[in-house]
Write a protein that binds this ligand. Structure first.
Ligand code: SF4
Length: 438
């Protein structure tokens, strides 16, 4: 197949100087990933070994999703445990035994570390090994850290998937592995497109249940759908699998480039590729164009949060006519983010890590039309008259692949439209706004 990678701008951002900041950061912790992972992996249970704060975070973040038999919980470390007075390992074993005897539906148990378990240096890998021996083969016990000391909120998913890679069986089969938790409906769309091109067998990590899991080996080729999976990427490389580098499937162009990279690896004919993608590409372009009317010519500033910032900036610049002023990402990894940086037109300050006060100063000085940031920064910036978009919404909303491209653009257009409506109202003599101002 001919190369379908979109032509890069005369100067992309791959070699732009990166402002590296290592100061105070404003991000959620990696426990947040449990909110989407527990729905995706249907026979898993996530047991956070943490404090009441961790339990509250999960319960309030999961809010409406709590049902009769939740698939996450918190083993709360009491003050005595924190002071090292009790044997936390014995208590953990007791909790796990109680949970697994009550819940025969659990086939995978993730012990999730948190700040308190990091602080008292509770060795969860030892616990996972011990419990695996006890409960194998019915239940597999793995562990990872979601501690706010160590992770940003999307790194929780990365740590979870990376913990699964070493225990997957060995295979020599040539298979495509698509890596990243997507909503089922989006995953099905993606699998449908690959199937129509004759690409297969296709496996997905995380699988919906342990029986659907795949093997890994030197003939496995994998494509990432999320830009925050650098540890999982490293774990797969260690197993000898081959990474298909591509821009991420956000927007029409990103999706086409991602599919084209996979199609090229599997020798798909150009005519077949065009036939399969033509209609959804057209639909995606039309849907993006509707929202892009609001976004065209506007500026955008990204605080580092979800690690989706670079592909999103590429989408907003190239498909929606926006001008990114600063694109901040918690981490930049060339193998993952390079293809999107190639396509992002030169101009924005690329920054990695955070020193939040300095970054706020830069943002205030530039006064972008839209600021993409975490919840903690959004309210103060709104109070200063800046329009904001919560980065976390972009992870909770289906935004990947063709059919979601219009929704993705609309997510960014909404705060700009709201601001312009409010401005219009304030300058009008509408008594409703006069009342609100008073
Ligand atoms: S892991 Fe740390 S940052 Fe996250 S809720 Fe628990 S105490 Fe807070």
């Amino acid at each position: 197949m001919n190369d379908l990678t979109p032509p890069p701008p005369a100067l992309g951002c791959r070699t732009s100087p990166v402002l590296k900041q290592r100061g105070q950061r404003e991000v959620f912790c990696g426990l947040t990933g449990i909110i989407w992972l527990h729905r995706k992996i249907q026979d898993a249970f996530f047991l956070v070994v943490g404090s009441r704060t961790c339990a509250h975070l999960l319960q309030s973040a999961a809010g409406v999703m709590i049902f009769a038999e939740p698939r996450f919980g918190t083993a709360i470390l009491e003050e005595g445990d924190l002071a090292g007075l009790n044997d936390a390992h014995k208590e953990l074993d007791r909790e796990v035994a109680r949970l697994l005897s009550r819940r025969p539906d659990i086939r995978q148990l993730f012990l999730v570390g948190s700040c308190p378990s990091e602080v008292i240096k509770l060795d969860l890998s030892r616990a996972a090994e011990r419990l695996t021996k006890e409960f194998a083969p019915k239940v597999r016990v793995l562990e990872y850290s979601g501690s706010g000391i160590e992770t940003t909120f999307t790194q929780g998913e990365d740590a979870c998937l990376a913990s699964m890679v070493p225990v997957l069986p060995e295979t020599d089969a040539r298979e495509l592995l698509v890596v990243g938790a997507l909503p089922d409906v989006v995953e099905d769309q993606m699998l449908g497109l690959l199937d129509d091109m004759g690409i297969g067998p296709v496996r997905v990590l995380p699988a919906r249940n342990i029986d659907a899991e795949m093997g890994i080996g030197k003939n496995t080729v994998y494509a990432l759908t999320q830009p925050f999976l650098s540890d999982t990427h490293a774990a797969l490389e260690r197993r000898g699998a081959k990474h298909i580098q591509a821009p991420f499937p956000l927007g029409e162009e990103g999706t086409t480039a991602w599919l084209a990279a996979v199609a090229k690896e599997f020798g798909v004919d150009r005519a077949l590729f065009d036939r399969v993608t033509e209609a959804p590409r057209r639909r995606a372009r039309q849907a993006v164009a509707a929202a892009a009317e609001t976004l065209n010519g506007k500026t955008v500033f990204f605080f580092p949060d979800s690690q989706l910032e670079i592909p999103l900036a590429r989408f907003l610049a190239r498909e929606c006519g926006m001008t990114p002023l600063e694109v901040g990402s918690p981490y930049i990894h060339d193998a993952l983010h390079g293809p999107d940086l190639d396509l992002l037109p030169e101009g924005p300050q690329i920054s990695e890590g955070q020193d939040v006060d300095l970054q706020l100063e830069r943002c205030r000085e530039l006064r972008p039309d839209l600021t993409v940031c975490g919840l903690g920064l959004a309210n103060p910036l709104e109070a200063e008259g800046l329009s904001t978009k919560w980065a976390i919404e972009l992870v909770f909303t289906p935004v990947h692949f063709y059919e979601q491209a219009g929704d993705l653009a609309a997510l960014f257009a909404r705060p700009i439209r709201r601001k312009s409506t409010l401005n219009h109202g304030e300058s009008s003599s509408d008594p409703l706004f006069a009342e609100a101002r008073a």
